[in-house]
Ligand binder design. Sequence first.
Ligand SMILES: [Zn+2]
Length: 356
Amino acid sequence: MRRGIRRPRATAPWYARTEARLAAVVVALLLLAAAAVIVRSDDAPTSDDIAVRPTSPTATVGASATTVAAATGPSGTPSASGTPATLAPTPVPLLLDLRPAAVGQGETILVWVHAPGAFSVTLELRDDRFTLLPEGEVFWGVVGIPLDAALGAAELTVTARSSSGEIRESLTEGYEIISVDRPVDHITLTEEVASVLTPEAAEAERALRARLFSEFDRGRRWSTFFRIPTAGPMSSQFGQGRSYNGGPVGGFHTGADIAAAEGASVVATGPARVAWVGEMPIRGISVILDHGAGVKSGYHHLSAAAVVGGDVVEGGQLIGQVGATGLATGPHLHWELTVWGVNVNPLTWTLKDFTP
Ligand SMILES: [Zn+2]
């Protein structure tokens, strides 16, 4: 067999030669195994699943899918009864991947399920239930872990159903919520600025946001990393505890602040439909973008918006200008990212690719 393997160069490196030997050994073993199968083939067809290879969108996961199918999947070989083989889909065990499996408070987790043939897959996590989105044989979704989520070991469950709603398979997997060190942000507010922060304003804004986050576009619009929406230093990170005028920490910073000059360009962090443009009592002039799949981004304290509700924008497209409207001590962009209404660290989305 070794002589039959042609190499482009006469002097193959040592590892190539080792590979060739290994390949020869593997082929010999496979031939032996096939011979053994043929000898026992009158019994129930349980041993040879090599032909049953589920296709998968990524090579890495596809390899493990094949391994699992070969190890535990029922055989797809025809029966020995003499009837023609039927090409019924072979049930393949669910494969679950959590990205990451240890997720920080205020961060995003992507749940990826390989479930060929399933009609729907649901996810139960932290008392919430999500319907995962189908893309080929994969069902996936992103979920935001709240900043105040309990630390430690947690569990999630995915359930695959047939078109009749019957449960095909259910899988429970552990993950971990870890703490992220975020310092307290001490802010001094002048009386004039502080006068904006009344209980009435806070309640009006909460009610408005509850309405804005009650609906989401279904399909994912993004295909790669998100981008930072304006140039400038990060003046306050997401999730920092906030103390106003030396008082106790009262809540967390719901976005990331980027200091920039009044009028500086603000661009969309990713492809989106403009879900809302208006003025909030505390966040000031705001644009909310819907990226689909439960993900929205918010741009606040703007001096002006450059889009209107319903516009469809590309990542990097101008959507407004930096300002200091609402509760702001100076011009800056307050940039938020929410996943199903849960505020998460937007910067993570510029560093990690949350695509299935
Ligand atoms: Zn802010």
